[in-house]
Write a protein that binds this ligand. Structure first.
Ligand code: AKG
Ligand code: FE2
Length: 259
């Protein structure tokens, strides 16, 4: 889907229009993913990539990430994060899918950088997001011929949005922990009609994150892959079980960060 404001300066992020909601929701229902093309221009991607290169210089070739509003504030992605059109669009998508207003209007931004052997450890980890809608912005995707790009692979809309937090947690535990490895198998991916989403930097990819089991594919340890995620609308935000599950998730990330 192309945005209309093509007259914008070359270094300006396109404004997102709430009117895209209907078409995006339809593609997310039918194909698993809805796309807004060329939202972040090349000039901004270049800036972001040089920031990422600096960070890789500091952190080394390993996996690292940032989450929460703090890392994005004041960066060249802030206009996207703060775009009222994007907020209205997310709200509208949430209401359409969940039938209620979102528990909050907060977007949870994440930046992930995969490189080195640890990058492989953080690939093919199939999961459901806690959020009804997830937007993926590819910033840097390896693209040398013959190189593994680390595209997104998903089982679209495998389940409905669960009502009870506890049911959600148990189901996640079964699908992600007990059956986690099964989803990596090419045969299983074929049986369950997994979809590989080819990621093009600058586009926004919308998925029903809570309903679609998904993971990034691996890329070579020598390459760097960077994505930004915007998560929106956690229906279980205020559940006590949720706090517990979040702590377990944080523990897992810390464990994975060990060499
Ligand atoms: O980086 C990606 O391609 C996907 C990451 C993801 O699914 C997540 O952070 O929830
Ligand atoms: Fe995810």
């Amino acid at each position: 889907m192309n945005v209309l404001n093509d007259e914008r300066p070359l270094d300006e992020i396109a404004r997102v229009d709430v009117e895209s909601a209907q078409a995006l929701a339809q593609s997310m229902d039918d194909d698993g993913v809805g796309v807004l093309d060329d939202i972040v221009p090349a000039a901004i991607l270049t800036k972001l990539r040089s920031g990422v290169a600096e960070l890789v210089g500091q952190h080394g070739t390993r996996y690292f990430g940032f989450s929460g509003a703090q890392w994005i504030t004041g960066t060249c992605l802030a206009p996207l994060f703060e775009d009222p059109g994007l907020h209205a669009l997310l709200r509208q998508l949430y209401v359409r899918k969940m039938g209620t207003p979102p528990p909050s209007d907060r977007i949870y931004p994440v930046m992930r950088v995969l490189s080195g052997k640890q990058g492989i450890r953080h690939s093919n980890i199939f999961h459901y997001d806690s959020y009804a809608i997830s937007i993926l912005l590819p910033v840097l995707i390896p693209n040398d011929p013959g190189e593994l790009a680390g595209h997104l692979v998903m089982f679209p809309n495998l389940r409905n949005a669960r009502r009870l937090a506890i049911v959600n947690i148990v189901e996640k535990a079964i699908m992600e922990k007990m059956l986690g490895r099964i989803w990596r198998s090419a045969r299983v991916q074929k049986w369950f009609s997994a979809k590989v989403v080819t990621l093009k930097p600058g586009n926004l990819y919308f998925i029903w994150g809570l309903r679609s089991l998904h993971a990034n594919q691996a890329c070579a340890p020598s390459s760097v892959r960077c994505t930004v995620l915007f998560h929106f609308g956690d229906p279980h935000e205020s559940s006590v079980f949720k706090g517990l599950s979040q702590r377990l998730h944080d523990m897992k990330l810390r464990h994975m960060a060990r060499d």
